[in-house]
Write a protein that binds this ligand. Structure first.
Ligand code: SF4
Ligand code: SF4
Length: 374
């Protein structure tokens, strides 16, 4: 249950072979898929980005997993909901990421969470939400498999198998979770989602991961691995350690463990972890090494805030539409401005800006306290 397989995979031409090996090391998919099962494969389809940008799960991972699900007797269904609050955002992301074409060619049905409907569900042992709306294709599946991308994240430091299920919420609920305003509370909200979905398996695309300003504007890194596990939390612990982050400080992992999922000491099978360790640069957004009582007492001397670069901004409005506390104001000339007093530093504007026009500004003290992180 808490075993994590690691297989070296230098290039996407090797994906199928590497995933086959990663599955074999864990006893194969036949243990979890029964003939005729509807198997929901949930890649990360955050935005309309090409596979080379390392924002979304690579299509070859989707192709391979569809094949293995079919071999195990299951019926693959591939779906997600993109991060931007705009009609058509998910269908564009499915298309540009190459995932829709890959899934269809591999014999899977493709579902768009944005349009497939949501059902209100009770959260077991809730931490932040008693009830949540979850995308219907997830609830209708017999088996759910996470297909995350290995990336850094400005809010949760790292994003992987557990955080991947945040995409099963409608955007309205995602905004409510961001409004919680603190990383640990946000992590608990993601754990609430996870406890409803209860995935059976995860296969992570770490062939190319993303370091720096993930999950959208970081740098692709050839980290050369496929990871798999029957336990998403264990996979996240191993993957975070692999890229040099403290696994138990990842808010989504801490939240999931608080709900009784995972195991602090997963067993690695396949390639030893030390052979694939790669240090990822963390995001530049507000990752403070100082305790919160100290940063609070520093007042105006400790400031981290997002600002829109007017030269890069094309006035598309994605940040404005997705800012939960309505901290982004539209000015008379059609441009946008961030009201620092209302901003809760959720970094959604940065994540969703297609032009990388939202920059993080820091006071000198904040720079000193946030530079050496993880
Ligand atoms: S301005 Fe950006 S970082 Fe601030 S609350 Fe809005 S979306 Fe979040
Ligand atoms: S900052 Fe980015 S997301 Fe916001 S309006 Fe400008 S281009 Fe669009």
């Amino acid at each position: 249950m808490n075993r994590v397989s690691i297989v070296r995979c230098p290039d996407y031409s090797d994906t199928e072979k590497a995933i086959a090996e990663a599955l074999k090391l864990l006893g194969g998919l036949e243990n979890i898929i029964h003939p005729g099962d509807r198997v929901l494969l949930k890649p990360n389809i955050l935005a309309a980005a090409s596979p080379e940008s390392a924002v979304t799960t690579h299509p070859s991972v989707v192709t391979s997993m569809c094949k293995f699900v079919l071999q195990a007797g299951g019926k693959p269904v591939v779906g997600d909901g993109a991060g931007i609050s705009r009609p058509g955002a998910t269908s564009k992301a499915l298309n540009v990421s190459g995932i829709e074409e890959a899934a269809r060619k591999a014999g899977a049905k493709v579902v768009n969470f944005e349009t497939a409907g949501f059902t209100l569900v009770d959260v077991p042992d809730p931490l932040q939400f008693r009830k949540l709306y979850i995308a219907n294709p997830v609830l209708e599946a017999d088996v759910v498999i996470s297909l995350p991308k290995l990336k850094t994240h400005e809010l949760t430091y790292y994003t992987g198998a557990v955080k991947n299920f945040f995409g099963t919420l409608p955007l309205r609920c995602r905004k409510e979770a961001h409004l919680l305003g603190k990383r640990d509370l946000f992590g608990e909200a993601v754990a609430d989602v996870y406890s409803i979905v209860r995935p059976s398996f995860a296969v992570m695309d770490g062939v190319f991961g993303m370091e720096g300003n993930g999950p959208s504007h970081g740098k692709p890194v050839n980290s050369e691995v496929i990871l798999a596990s029957q336990d998403c939390v264990s996979l996240d612990i191993v993957a975070a350690e692999m890229i040099g982050f403290d696994p138990l400080k990842i808010p989504t992992t801490a939240g999931a463990m608080k709900k009784g999922f995972g195991n602090q000491c997963p067993v690695v099978v396949g390639t030893p972890l030390k052979e694939v360790k790669t240090k990822f640069k963390p995001s530049s957004g507000g990752v403070s090494t100082a305790p919160s009582f100290l940063t609070r007492s520093l007042g105006k001397y400790y400031k981290i805030y997002p600002r829109i670069n007017r030269e890069k901004c094309t006035h598309c409005g994605a940040c404005y539409l997705n800012c939960s506390p309505h901290a982004i104001e539209r000015l008379e000339d059609g441009s946008f401005k961030i009201n620092e007093k209302k901003c809760i530093l959720c970094y959604c504007c940065r994540e969703l800006c297609p032009n990388n026009a939202v920059e993080i500004k820091k006071s000198l003290l904040a720079r000193l306290l946030t530079e050496k992180t993880t």
